[in-house]
Design a protein around this ligand. Structure first.
Ligand code: BQF
Length: 290
């Protein structure tokens, strides 16, 4: 029996509707939620992501302002812009599109963002709050993954979640989110990475397997326990049969034969990431007025 799809695109559209309602309440109170997006250079994938965020903002009624800086901009040019936006009371969220060019220190840039406007949730202050279980901006992709699981009626409490990939953007915050002592978490989490020996021995134990390693079709059917839920965070551009196509970190066609539920790429976690960004901006705007 083949796995049923978890439709991230549909769940994300419902979340955007909820955010649109929150935004209209804020507007009635005289708050016009505003997101500042900073793009450095002209990486085509980054341009696509920035465009997706602009479109979603428009849809939910959030004002978005784009700042496009040259790829050779000095680190100080970037931090000066961030400091200006930190002080601008009309700006509620600041997002620096990653990755940054190699001459810029990502940590310095993320740390320059006011934690109150850090809608990506990457500032070390907010990362620490997530670990501690305090209210914070949850990084958009981990937030999207957990909402997707929740809204699909998949139980996490007492379940074994295996995450493959230890990035600061996905693997580490998602681990912290899912081990929280809250109704929507309470999972037992194993975090695997490139130096894990015998990865398959771990992935085979997963009730919920989350792939976030950035390697196309890394998770094959023999690595998945029959009936497991499989969430694919990967977005890899590969050339196949002369065409560029998007594939996840999961071998979708094979793994769907053994899993019970599976997310597609595209249309899975990706749209959820953008929807949760909208939610975080509405939250930042709400907090700014209270
Ligand atoms: C879809 C991202 C890697 C590195 C930096 C919809 C997005 C992607 C896919 C999107 C991502 C990935 C974003 C789909 C934002 C998710 O239909 O499948 C939306 O815009 N994303 C990003 O800003 O930076 C990244 C992945």
């Amino acid at each position: 029996m083949a796995a049923s799809l978890i439709d991230g695109k549909l769940i994300a559209a419902r979340i955007r509707e909820e955010v649109a309602a929150q935004v209209s309440v804020l507007k009635q109170k005289g708050v016009r939620p505003c997101l500042a997006v900073i793009l450095v250079g002209d990486d085509p994938a980054s341009r696509t992501y920035v465009a997706a965020k602009r479109k979603a903002s428009q849809e939910v009624g959030i004002r978005s302002i784009q700042h496009h800086l040259a790829k050779d901009v000095a680190e100080s040019g970037l931090t000066e812009l961030i400091e200006r936006l930190n002080c601008d009371s009309g700006v509620h969220g600041i997002l620096v599109q990653l990755p940054l060019p190699s001459h810029v220190n990502e940590y310095n840039i993320i740390s320059a963002i006011s934690p109150q406007k850090d809608v990506d949730g990457f500032h070390p202050y907010n990362a620490g709050r997530l670990i501690t279980g305090l209210d914070t901006f949850i990084p958009c992709t981990p937030f999207g993954v957990s909402q997707m699981i929740l809204k699909s009626g998949i139980e996490t409490s007492g379940k074994h979640v295996v995450i493959v990939g230890r990035s600061n953007i996905v693997g580490k915050p998602l681990t912290n989110l899912l081990v929280q002592k809250t109704d929507t978490a309470n999972a037992t989490v194993t975090l695997c990475h490139s130096r894990t020996s015998n990865i398959k021995a771990h992935t085979l134990q997963a009730d919920i397997l989350i792939a976030a390693i950035g390697r196309s079709r890394f998770i094959t059917a023999d690595m998945v326990k029959p009936g497991a839920v499989v969430i694919d965070v990967g977005i890899n551009r590969i050339e196949e049969q002369g065409k560029v196509c998007l594939v996840g970190d999961v071998d979708f066609e094979e793994v769907r034969k053994v899993a019970s539920r599976i997310t597609p790429v595209p249309g899975g976690v990706g749209p959820m990431t953008v929807a949760m960004l909208m939610q975080n901006v509405a939250k930042a705007a709400g907090l700014s007025s209270s």
